[in-house]
Design a protein around this ligand. Structure first.
Ligand SMILES: Nc1ncnc2c1ncn2[C@@H]1O[C@H](COP(=O)(O)OP(=O)(O)OP(=O)(O)O)[C@@H](O)[C@H]1O
Ligand SMILES: [Mg+2]
Length: 332
């Protein structure tokens, strides 16, 4: 099998008082889409920022490896990482409306990227900017290229952000909640656009979202995070038909998009009581306080991920019958 484009092993992000990302591992092949889902505070954005090496100053990568196209990213020095960022790995940040510069035309913001990474200037850069606006399906790109962000709708601004992100044809695009601020119809259009661009530009996509309802249609595989850890990994169909982790079941049952679906009403085994996610790194399963099937032992062990085959992993030994629980290794 070809080596993956992105390989993350045991990534841990540390603040002085907590590990908001805890020993996270995953792989992503060329052109694949990985969705990372989890509720607010589960560590999704910090994972993305760690990959880009754009963590806030109080955070540091306390362990693990990140390999991109065979290169070790954590070992790279700042200038090398700057070169890679935007050109090979691009990111759409969680707050798109504040990520655009209000005093520069959208064309100028695209050409800056082209000048920085590819040395393209002047009319050639402008031509490319128009092409990119057309690539992200912005109507009348010749005219829109001179618009300022406030002249565009939220959906159009998000398309401009995507145009900037893909300007240098990255091999990997990380999209952090790319549609959260948009209404539902526009969300679907933006996700369709990302998916078409992924194919047209042969790039891999990491799609970060708290809305598990959107992953079925747009992801090749899904990671569910809770309190900085991966609690489940699955192909979308398997995740939706048989969610294994108690947290995943709660997440699916709570999804507004899936709520009306009879199937999910039936499988709504566990509501998620409580709301706080704490990633303090304390011993025991972090989901224990909210878990309907927790046992005393869950306070003492951090459950290891159990490989149940077909690329499926789950960090709960008690979601299966007793024979599986018996074999499940636990990590002290
Ligand atoms: N700069 C910071 N300083 C201290 N703690 C932080 C900082 N940024 C994030 N955190 C904490 O790290 C944890 C993970 O944050 P992160 O932003 O990755 O969550 P998220 O999954 O992206 O959530 P959301 O869905 O709200 O965007 C949270 O508990 C958050 O409070
Ligand atoms: Mg976030």
């Amino acid at each position: 099998m070809a080596s993956p484009l992105l390989k993350v092993e045991d990534l841990t992000v540390r603040f002085p008082s907590a590990d908001p990302v805890n020993r996270l591992s995953f792989e992503l092949g060329e052109g694949e889409t990985l969705a990372i889902v989890g509720e607010s505070g589960s560590g999704k954005s910090l994972t993305a920022l760690a990959l880009m090496q754009l963590l806030p100053p109080s955070a540091r990568i306390a362990g693990g490896r990140v390999q991109f196209a065979g290169r070790d990213l954590i070992g790279l020095d700042a200038p090398e990482m700057r070169k890679l960022r935007g050109r090979d790995i691009a990111m759409i940040f969680q707050e798109p409306m504040t990520s655009l510069n209000p005093v520069l035309s959208v064309g100028r913001q695209i050409t800056e990227m082209l000048t920085l990474h590819e040395g393209i200037r002047g009319s050639a850069a402008r031509r490319r900017a128009v092409e990119l606006l057309s690539l992200v399906r912005i109507p009348d790109p010749q005219r829109r290229v001179d618009d300022y962000p406030h002249q565009l709708s939220g959906g159009m601004r998000q398309r401009v952000m995507i145009a900037i992100a893909v300007a240098c044809r990255p091999r990997l695009l990380i999209a952090d909640e790319p549609t959260t601020a948009l209404d539902v119809t526009i969300q679907a259009q933006v996700l369709d656009l990302l998916d078409s661009l992924r194919r047209e530009l042969s790039m891999a996509l990491v799609l970060i979202t708290h809305d598990v309802g959107i992953v079925a249609q747009w992801a090749d595989k899904v990671i569910v995070m809770y309190a900085g850890r991966k609690v489940e990994q699955a192909l979308p169909d398997a995740l939706f038909s048989t969610p294994l982790h108690p947290y995943t079941r709660g997440l699916l049952a709570a999804s507004p998009r899936l709520k009306s679906d009879l199937h999910y009403r039936e499988s709504r085994l566990i509501e998620i009581p409580g709301s706080s996610v704490s990633a303090t790194g304390e011993r025991g399963c972090p989901f224990r306080p909210r878990c309907a099937i927790a046992r005393d032992s869950c306070a003492h062990f951090s459950p290891n991920l159990i490989d149940v085959g077909d690329g499926r992993l789950v960090a709960c030994p008690y979601t299966f019958g007793p024979e599986v629980a018996h074999d499940a290794a636990v990590r002290l």
